[in-house]
Each structure stands twice: as C-alpha cells, then as structure tokens.
Design a protein around this ligand. Structure first.
Ligand code: G6P
Length: 369
C-alpha cells in the first residue's frame, strides 16, 4: 500500500503533490500560444454553436461546485455571457429555464454523481446544449454530454478532492479562453497573454507546495480550535468555501467559508481569541477591502492566518501567520490559494489522527440520490 502511495503517508498528500504534473497534463496539447487560442479535443460544440449561446449554467456538487463558482468569474469576465451557478440537487427540481441557446456545463470528477447526472438529463431534455468537465474517461456524465473537456488529473483516491479541483479550475480557464475567442470578446493578444500566464502555472504550484513545512507548524498551533472561519472575496470566495469544506471533511472541525464583505452581517459576532480566521487576500482590486476585514478580525482578538502574494507591513503586523504565494494573473490565483487550504486541512487532520483518505460518513462518489 505504501508503494501505491508513492512513499507518501496518505493518498491525499500524494495527490496534493501531483498537482504540478496534473495541471501540466491538463494544459498539454490544448494551448496554441502564438495564436492566443485553445484547442479542446472532445468539446464537440462548434464555434458557431458556442457563439450563439445566450446563457450558461454551471452545475455540480461538493468541491466541483466550488470550481463552478470560480468558473462564473472567468466566463462572465472574458465571454460576456451571463452565468448562473447551481448545486445539482437544487437545479434538477426547480424547472430551470433552458432552451437551445443555453449551455449547461456539468462539473464532476467521477462523472457518476447521481444529482449531477440528473441535472444533465434535465437540461438536455429541455433542448439545451450540454458539456461536461470530468476526470473519469467514459463516465456516465461524459458519455451523455454533447461535449466533454477532460481534466487529466489521473485517478483520485483520497475522498477529499485536491488535484481534481485544481485541474477543474484549469479546464474552466481553458474553456473561458476558448469561448472568449470564438465569441470575439477576447482578441488574439488577450488570449495569448492569458495562455502565457497559464503555462507558468505548474511551476508556481510547485513553489506554493514549498509552504508545506510552515503550514504544518501552523497546524500544530491551531489544531485545538473548535471552529474556523475562512474569508475571501470575488473569485477567492469559492476558495474560502473550499478551504472550509476540506477542513470539515477530514479533520471534523466545524468551519465556515464566508464572503469577506459579508462578515459584518453575522460572522463578526463569533470572533474572539479562540477563532482562527483564514483570510485569502491576494493583491487584486479588492486587496484593501479584504485587509480592512482582516484588521477587524485582529482588533477583536481573532487569530489571523493570511494567504497572500503581497508583502504588506500592515498585513504582517496584524496576522498570526502569513503564507506567501508566487504572483500570477488574478484569473489563476485561485489555483495557487487552493494549495495552502489543502495543506492546512491535511496537517490538522493528521495531527488529530483522523482517517484522512476515508473520512467517516463520506463517499468518493455519490451515485445514489
Ligand atoms: C462527494 C465527494 C466530493 C466531491 C463530490 C462531487 O461528496 O466526497 O469530494 O466533490 O462528491 O463529486 P464529483 O465526482 O461529481 O465531482
């Protein structure tokens, strides 16, 4: 079994470390950098069809739903088409408004999640176009879709999703560039700039993994907490949700992800010296706003764990721990900020002695409703 785990203590850790390779494999052969274009072999929806879409749904469950939330930012920003994200078990029962100019994108690592498959059939039954982002080749969701974009993460054994998630983010980025180019909302130079950034991603993920030791130290300090709060804004709000989900799943510590700007409407009441608050705060347009949330946490005695790519004296002074990531374009930053989320949850779970790869009550793939 140790051999299967490639010398790692758990599949989850092995899969965390496989991410530079998994991401490189998901990009490989799909990027026409010079032309600023993307080639997606199994998508099977023509440029004309894609250009005609007036609405996009992205539907998924669990961690894949968090990827969907990031996808909304990518597609709305670069393709200028309205995107609605929904949880599959909600979408399937609410008689969604779908027609032939609606593209429904399903995201599923396994391609077998019952609710996601039912959502696909619902959208298809209403005459919509359907595409999937899947990791498992020839899975039910992949087979029943008009087109599929495979993530090339390789088999994911750990119940808590890691490399499948970050490769879903990469697949969504590729799809957004492709859609933007065929719709004419991204020109060649813009497409090229995005793809130039994308090809640097694997080695930046590699650099982010070097935080492992420092995160393990922090895990020792915070493992005794009863609750955690995760804050993020914009395309980092889904990463806050994902960080909280990872921690819950494998350490059984209660955790909540919240949009940073919404903290004042509730979670602020919870803050005291017993509450670690993970603040995801890359140096983007809302940096100063999230810093002021971080200051509010600090002022109330909360223990701040900051995840950033920017050296800022105020941030350092008011944080109990700072995890510094490499810089990359804002669209790809969610991939990098995911790494400390995974490692923090992993190390806390290991220290608590839980069954990291097979947490209680959870299944890798939920094939029944
Ligand atoms: C289960 C797994 C999660 C996963 C979710 C959706 O709950 O434990 O890790 O995110 O299903 O799975 P899918 O295969 O559709 O991405």
């Amino acid at each position: 079994l140790m051999a299967e785990k490639g010398g790692y203590k758990h599949f989850m850790l092995k899969e965390i470390y496989e991410q530079p390779r998994a991401i490189a494999d998901t990009i490989a052969g799909r990027v026409l950098e010079e032309k600023g274009e993307v080639y997606l072999e199994g998508l099977d929806l023509s440029a004309t069809e894609l250009a005609a879409m007036e609405k996009v749904f992205i539907i998924a469950c669990g961690t894949s739903w968090h990827a969907a939330l990031v996808g909304k930012f990518l597609i709305e920003k670069h393709c200028r088409v309205p995107v609605e994200v929904d949880i599959a078990s909600e979408f399937r029962y609410r008689d969604p408004i779908v027609n032939e100019r609606t593209l429904t994108l399903l995201i599923s690592q396994s391609g077998e999640t019952a609710d996601t498959l039912a959502a696909l059939r619902e959208a298809r039954g209403k005459g919509g176009k359907v595409a999937a982002i899947c990791n498992v080749v020839d899975s039910s969701i992949a087979r029943e879709s008009h087109g599929v974009i495979y993530t090339h993460a390789g088999p994911e054994i750990g119940v808590a999703s890691t490399k499948a998630f970050t490769t879903q983010l990469v697949a969504l980025f590729l799809f957004a560039v492709h859609l933007g180019r065929v719709r004419g909302t991204l020109d060649q130079a813009q497409g090229r700039a995005m793809l130039d950034a994308l090809v640097t991603l694997p080695r930046k993920v590699e650099a982010a993994l070097e935080l492992d030791g420092a995160i393990e130290q922090a895990a020792r300090e915070y493992m005794g907490a009863r609750d955690f709060l995760y804050l993020g804004r914009g395309n980092q709000y889904p990463i806050a949700l994902e960080g909280a989900l990872k921690l819950k799943e494998i350490s059984y510590i209660h955790a909540e992800g919240y949009p940073a700007g919404e903290m004042k409407h509730g979670p602020i009441a919870l803050i005291d010296e017993n509450l670690p608050v993970v603040v995801v705060v890359p140096h983007n347009d809302t940096f100063e706003k999230v810093i002021s949330n971080l200051e509010e946490v600090h002022a109330r005695g909360g223990r701040v764990i900051a995840v950033t790519d920017h050296t800022d004296p105020g941030l350092t002074e008011k944080s109990d721990a700072v995890f510094m990531l490499p810089k990359i374009i804002d669209e790809l930053m969610p991939v990098l900020t995911s790494i400390p989320m995974q490692l923090l949850a992993y190390h806390i779970a290991v220290l608590k002695g839980t069954d990291v790869d097979q947490p209680r009550n959870l299944a890798k793939s939920v094939t029944v409703e």
